[in-house]
Design a protein. Structure first.
Length: 162
């Protein structure tokens, strides 16, 4: 019988940060899609934000190392695209972390109805909405570049993916 719980494992995996956004855990990003315990083996299912995510191997390695440091020696990670990742999987805590990091969080699928929402996102620095989309392609596939006319600063938005 295992001496750890699924809740503890989720808590421990809060330590594993996204390699591109180090203030965001894989749990808050919604990349860890399920955890199961089978005897002494912990089974983790991960769904990366993009099919060709270049950080996938690093994330898997860090999940395994974090759990081994907690005394879990049998870790089985499955990468699954059964249900595609969506930016709606980002937790509220994660959205706050994105904003504090200087990235505008993605809008919810419930309100994302219009491309205009992408062009005029709230600035994470001053909360101004007099912004414009400057480039749909930021430094990574999941970010776009915007400009705020209120504080005169460029900023990135984590793209909504639904």
């Amino acid at each position: 019988m295992s001496s750890f719980t699924v809740d503890e494992i989720y808590q421990w995996l809060e330590e594993v940060k996204d390699p591109e956004i180090p203030v965001l855990s894989l749990v808050d990003l919604g990349v860890i899609t399920s955890i199961a315990i089978a005897g002494e083996t912990v089974k983790i299912e991960m769904t990366p934000t993009f099919v060709g995510c270049p950080a996938l191997d690093l994330m898997q390695r860090e999940v395994t190392e974090t759990l081994r440091a907690k005394g879990i020696h049998e870790v089985a990670i499955t990468v699954s695209f059964r249900q595609p990742w969506s930016s709606d999987k980002i937790s509220e805590k994660g959205k706050l972390a994105l904003k504090k990091f200087g990235l505008a969080p993605p809008p919810s699928a419930e309100i994302f109805q219009d491309i205009d929402l992408l062009a005029h996102v709230a600035c994470p620095r001053c909360n101004g909405t007099n912004t414009e989309l400057r480039n749909t392609f930021g430094p990574t596939l999941c970010r776009s570049i915007h400009y705020c006319h209120t504080c005169k600063e460029a900023f990135e938005q984590f793209k909504p993916i639904h």
